[in-house]
Write a new protein. Structure first.
Ligand SMILES: C[S@@+](CC[C@H](N)C(=O)[O-])C[C@H]1O[C@@H](n2cnc3c(N)ncnc32)[C@H](O)[C@@H]1O
Ligand code: SF4
Length: 402
């Protein structure tokens, strides 16, 4: 089951934000995230806040869009005239379980609420088996500009361990259909290090992703999340624990193969063929932007205030029906919180971390990391992870923060 939410302080029932937060909205970009908490079935490794038929009395993706629109109305009252929206990301769960008209209606409502910037990026996540050429064409016509598909692997044995519903070839085919529907920007997510996966399996997955002509690949090391079916199977000894050494080998394979195919890393787990292919919505998260997160369990950040919605879809819908903010708690970020986040997130970017944000102890740690071959420090003072540093990114960040 999904993990608990942070504690924080209570959210005011009308969701009102401090004036200081409102004054700062959009200084580093403004995005909207819409969470869609439905999946056709739960993959054994996944602890996202999502529900399959049987998990939720009255599980019904139809009708969910009206609840989203109700939170957008509350957001409009709370934020007032925010700047035009730079990025929209509809994620899940499986957004493409919603009727395509509803995904169009949600985007139109965001446009009506704040306006979409002329060059807005609008992404939807999609499961390979829940899109068709017609639904992709309809999404493109509705204004979506980017599709992010969960491919994970093309190896039948790996897909079985991961409990994926799609056939080995379906994700690359869906990516091709998305390009044919007019999407210039298509991402495929891969997972590596699944128990039983061979080096050849992962090489075949990389080759299939590249062969599909996409401009973005995300590759994640399989995380064994507490409380998942995967964790239980490993605990019972049915599957081996993923190995860090294997994960490092796979990461090297990803870097070498994607680089040879014309991709460049721009974040530790993300590669794109061009600057325009990078996910601007994720970059907004990683560079201190503001966003309103709509939906159960969604997190938001506006002007140094972070809040999170109640997790359960029924409780979330009930609060909105009662005219009450669905926020479960919030925290006003201190200068120290912001510093920690900036170091954690920017260090993972290929654009690097400006050394002048570090205190003297952090700068000394950066110098040690440089001497150990984990960071390079450019003439303009940007600290950028080396390949070995990317493998040890969490440890580097810990040292920089002291
Ligand atoms: C929230 S999922 C949504 C994508 C879509 N529902 C799908 O599965 O096709 C986004 C991505 O997170 C990654 N992911 C989820 N759980 C993970 C885990 N435990 N370890 C590594 N990656 C994970 C997967 O690559 C997945 O495609
Ligand atoms: S389909 Fe995606 S969101 Fe749903 S359970 Fe699987 S990985 Fe998680």
């Amino acid at each position: 089951m999904p993990g608990p939410l942070p504690d924080g302080e209570p959210m005011p029932s009308d969701g009102a934000l401090p004036a200081s937060a409102l004054r700062a909205v959009g200084a580093r970009g403004f995005g909207v995230y819409v969470h869609v908490p439905f999946c056709a079935s739960r993959c054994g490794y996944c602890d996202f806040n999502t529900y399959a038929p049987g998990d939720l009395p009255g599980w019904r993706p139809e009708g969910y869009a009206d609840t989203v629109l109700a939170e957008l109305e509350l957001a409009a009252r709370t934020l007032g005239a925010a700047p035009a929206v730079d990025t929209v990301f509809v994620g899940g769960g499986t957004p493409t379980l919603l009727p395509t008209d509803d995904l169009a209606r949600i985007l139109a409502a965001i446009d009506k609420t704040w306006g979409l910037a002329a060059d807005v990026e609008v992404t939807t996540e999609a499961n390979p088996e829940s899109v068709t050429p017609a639904s992709l064409r309809a999404l493109r016509s509705a204004g979506y500009t980017r599709v992010s598909l969960g491919m994970q692997s093309v190896a039948p044995g790996v897909l079985r361990v991961l409990d994926r519903r799609h056939s080995p070839g379906r994700a690359a085919q869906a990516a091709t259909e998305a390009r044919e529907a007019g999407f210039d920007h298509v991402n495929l997510d891969l997972i590596y290090g699944t128990p039983g996966e061979t080096a050849d399996d992962f090489a075949a997955s990389l080759a299939a992703a590249i062969g599909a002509g996409v401009d973005h690949v995300s590759a994640y090391s399989l995380i064994v999340e507490d409380g998942t079916r995967l964790a239980a199977r490993i605990r019972r000894g049915e599957l081996p624990q993923p190995s860090d050494d294997v994960a490092a080998d796979r990461y090297l394979a990803a870097e070498q193969t994607l680089t040879a195919a014309g991709f460049g890393w721009y974040e530790v787990s993300n590669w794109a063929t061009t600057e325009a292919g990078r996910c601007r919505h994720n970059l907004l998260y990683w560079t201190g932007g503001d966003w309103w997160g709509v939906g159960p369990g969604a997190h938001s950040h506006v002007g140094g205030v972070r809040w999170w919605n109640v997790k359960h879809p029924a409780g979330y819908a009930q609060r909105l029906a009662d005219g009450v903010s669905p926020g479960a708690g919030r925290e006003v970020l201190t200068a120290e919180d912001r510093h920690t986040e900036e170091v954690m997130l920017r260090t993972r970017l290929a654009s690097g971390l400006p050394l002048d944000v570090l205190d003297p102890a952090g700068r000394a740690a950066a110098e040690r990391a440089r001497a150990d071959g984990l960071l390079t420090i450019a003439g303009d003072g940007q600290a950028v992870l080396t390949f070995r540093g990317r493998l040890l990114a969490d440890a580097v960040v810990r040292d920089l923060l002291g």
